[in-house]
Design a protein around this ligand. Structure first.
Ligand SMILES: [Zn+2]
Ligand SMILES: [Zn+2]
Length: 239
């Protein structure tokens, strides 16, 4: 019997790549030659059951054993595929579940975009991690991101319904345009647009699938650093 420690003997090379489909991780074997050699050895191992000769004596049974110790899931799958090793039902189900998880589209509440777990790397999610304030109000009113966007959309819709809007002077129109710019993100002071959460100032990972929009918004609202920033802003204006 011979025992192989696959992870030490073969090893895996991981490289990050970027393509039109997004970022991906490429895995490859480091010691391909040793891999091929061990694979051949494994396939040639066998147990020859005893055969009975003419004078009823059993000829000895020959047993050649190969034991593989593999920790890396990629290496294990690659090897099992190459030697067509029989998988148990639970293994097959587990692999299928993993495959489903890997390809499942998850909605990120931070940037409102979809992602798959494998592509969730640092820097892929651009978002604002702070609440919104009304820069025109005397007490720099605090708004949630969602409420500010809804308010802008409502005002836009209301403006269309106002029949006298066509008669506005250019000064009044300018005033209306300025009104639209009043909401700012506390994290970066950029203007909130009715079109949504574009131009995020922070780059990180997408949120975990179990995080709800309410939880994310609460985290933005309760950020101590930004609450302090708003207090300072208010204090300086009152002085
Ligand atoms: Zn921001
Ligand atoms: Zn995201």
């Amino acid at each position: 019997m011979i025992v192989y420690d696959f992870d030490s003997l073969i090893g895996i090379n991981r490289s990050e790549g970027t393509s039109s489909m997004g970022r991906s991780t490429n895995l490859s074997l480091i010691n391909q030659n040793i891999y091929t050699h061990i694979k051949d050895k494994f396939q040639n191992t066998h147990i020859q059951s005893g055969s009975i000769s003419q004078n009823d004596t059993i000829i000895e049974t020959e047993e050649k054993w190969s034991v593989m110790v593999i920790r890396d899931p990629f290496l294990l799958r690659q090897f099992c595929d190459d030697v067509r090793f029989t998988r148990s039902r639970s293994q097959i189900e587990e692999e299928e579940a993993e495959m489903r998880r890997a390809n499942q589209r998850i909605k990120c509440v931070q940037c409102d975009d979809f992602y798959i777990e494998q592509e969730n790397k640092m820097g892929v999610c651009a978002h604002h991690d702070g609440f919104v304030y009304d820069n025109h109000s005397s007490n720099v009113e605090h708004w949630t991101q969602r409420a500010a966007i809804e308010q802008l959309l409502k005002e836009e819709a209301d403006a269309v319904r106002q029949p006298h809007n066509a008669l506005l002077t250019s000064e009044q129109k300018e005033q209306l345009e300025r009104q639209k710019q009043r909401f700012k993100f506390i994290c970066c002071n950029r203007t909130v647009q009715a079109a949504g959460l574009t131009n995020g100032c922070k780059r990180g990972q997408h949120c975990q699938p179990n995080v709800t929009l309410d939880q994310w918004e609460r985290a933005c609202d309760q950020n101590n650093e930004y609450q302090q920033k708003l207090c300072d802003l208010l204090r300086r204006r009152i002085q």
